[in-house]
Write a protein that binds this ligand. Structure first.
Ligand code: NAD
Ligand code: UFG
Length: 335
C-alpha cells in the first residue's frame, strides 16, 4: 500500500515526502514540474537514502492519473499540487480555477474510480478572509478576497460534500498559516518563481544581495509596532503535521478541517530582526504603504490540531530564519 503525494517535488510537498519516508511510508510522487524540478528527487534521496517512485503527471491529465492508480495500490492521497500566488490569481483567475479546481476534480474522480477514499488536502488560512479576531478557530466564518483563496474554498466545499454523500470517505483539509524555513540539511527549501511576493523569501533575497532592501508594507496597523502580524510555521513542523493528519484520516471517516500554525504571531519588523540574527548582518528595509488586501493580524488557534492530531509545532522563529538562511546560502541560484 502506498501514499500518493501530488505536487510532491514542491516546497511543502518535498519536506512532507522526507517525513513520510522517515516515518516508513511507501510513497509515490506525481508532479508536472510547473514550479519545481527533477533535482528535488535527488535531494530527497540524499536526505533519506531512498529514491521515491515518481511520475511526471499533470493532475489535469485523467489518463495519466489513471495509469498511476492502475499500476499502484494507493491507500491515501496527500494533495499539494496547485498554483499558489495570490497576486497572479487576480491576473489569471481562469488559469487558477482550471488548475486548482478542475485539476483537483480530475484527481477526485480517479480516486473514486479506484475506491481510494482517503485524502489530505492543502488548504490555507486565506479561507478566513478578514477574521473577526485572533486566534482564528476552525469554525470561524469563511470568505475569500482573491481567486486563489476561492479555489481553496471551492475545494473544501467539494470535499465536504463528497464526505456527506459517501460515508466511506475520509478527508481532512489542512489550513496552513505561513510556512517558511527549510530542511536543516539545506538540501530542500522554497525556490520562488521570479521575484518573491512573500515576506521571508524576499528577506532571503535581500540577505543574499539580490535585492537592496525589504519593503515593509505598512507600519500603521493596530499591532505592537504597526506592521502586520502573521503565524509563521517551520515547513518541517508543517510536514510533520501531515504525517499526523494522514494517521488521522486512515483511522477516522468523514470530513474535517484543521489549522496548522504555531499560535504565535510575529510582526514584519520582528521577522526582519530574527533574520538579521540568523545571517549575522543588518538588513536594509523601507517602510512603504499597505499592500492591498492585507489584514493586520492572522494567527491560529492550535487547539483542534493538538486535540485531534496530537500534533503541535516545535520550532521557533529563530530556527525558521536560520534554516531559511542556510538553504539560501547553500542554493543561491535555487535547486
Ligand atoms: P509549490 O508551488 O512549491 O508546490 C506545488 C507543486 O505542485 C509544484 O511542484 C508544482 O510543479 C506542482 N503542480 C502545480 N500544478 C500541477 C498540476 N496541474 N499537476 C501536477 N503538479 C502540479 O507550492 P507549496 O508552497 O509547496 O504549496 C503546496 C500546496 O499548499 C499548494 O496547494 C498551496 O496552494 C498550498 N498552500 C501553500 C502555502 C504557502 O505559503 N506556501 C500556504 C497555504 C497553502
Ligand atoms: N510583507 C512585507 N513585505 C513583503 C512581503 C510581505 O511587508 O515584501 C508583509 C505583508 O504585508 C504581511 C506579512 O509580510 O503583513 C506576510 O506577508 P506574506 O506575503 O509573506 O504572507 P501573507 O500572509 O500575505 O499570505 C500567505 C500566503 C497566502 C496564504 C496566506 C495565509 O502567500 O497564499 O499566507 O496562509 F493564503
Amino acid at each position: 500500500m502506498s501514499i500518493l503525494v501530488t505536487g510532491g517535488t514542491g516546497y511543502i510537498g518535498s519536506h512532507t515526502c522526507v517525513e513520510l519516508i522517515n516515518a516508513g511510508y511507501d510513497i509515490i510522487i506525481i508532479d508536472n514540474f510547473y514550479n519545481s524540478n527533477i533535482r528535488v528527487l535527488d535531494r530527497i534521496e540524499k536526505i533519506t537514502n531512498i529514491r521515491p517512485k515518481f511520475y511526471e503527471v499533470d493532475i489535469l491529465d485523467k489518463d495519466s492519473l489513471d495509469k498511476v492508480f492502475k499500476e499502484n495500490d494507493i491507500q491515501a492521497v496527500i494533495h499539494f499540487a496547485g498554483y499558489k500566488a495570490v497576486g497572479e490569481s487576480v491576473e489569471k483567475p481562469l488559469a487558477y480555477y482550471h488548475n486548482n479546481v478542475t485539476g483537483s476534480l480530475t484527481l477526485y474522480e480517479v480516486m473514486k474510480e479506484y475506491n481510494c477514499n482517503t485524502l489530505v488536502f492543502s488548504s490555507s488560512a486565506t479561507v478566513y478572509g478578514s477574521p473577526k479576531s485572533c486566534p482564528i478557530y476552525e469554525d470561524f466564518p469563511v470568505s475569500t478576497t482573491n481567486p486563489y483563496g476561492s479555489t481553496k474554498l471551492v475545494n473544501e466545499i467539494i470535499l465536504e460534500d463528497l464526505c456527506k454523500c459517501d460515508e466511506n470517505m475520509s478527508i481532512l483539509s489542512l489550513r496552513y498559516f505561513n510556512p517558511i524555513g527549510a530542511h536543516e540539511s539545506g538540501l530542500i527549501g522554497e525556490v520562488p518563481n521570479g521575484i518573491p511576493n512573500n515576506l521571508v523569501p524576499y528577506i532571503a533575497r535581500v540577505a543574499n544581495k539580490q535585492s537592496e532592501y525589504v519593503r515593509v508594507f505598512g507600519n500603521d496597523y493596530p499591532t505592537r509596532d504597526g506592521t502586520g502580524i502573521r503565524d509563521y510555521i517551520h515547513v518541517v513542523d508543517l510536514a510533520k503535521g501531515h504525517i499526523a493528519a494522514l494517521k488521522y484520516v486512515l483511522e477516522h471517516k468523514g470530513y474535517d478541517k484543521i489549522n496548522l500554525g504555531t499560535g504565535n504571531g510575529y510582526t514584519v519588523l520582528e521577522v526582519i530582526k530574527a533574520y538579521e540574527e540568523a545571517c549575522g548582518f543588518e538588513l536594509a528595509y523601507e517602510i512603504q504603504g499597505r499592500r492591498s488586501g492585507d489584514i493586520a493580524e492572522c494567527y491560529a488557534s492550535t487547539k483542534k490540531a493538538k486535540e485531534l492530531l496530537d500534533w503541535e509545532a516545535k520550532y521557533d522563529i529563530k530556527k525558521m530564519c536560520q534554516d531559511s538562511w542556510n538553504f539560501t546560502k547553500m542554493n543561491p541560484d535555487g535547486i
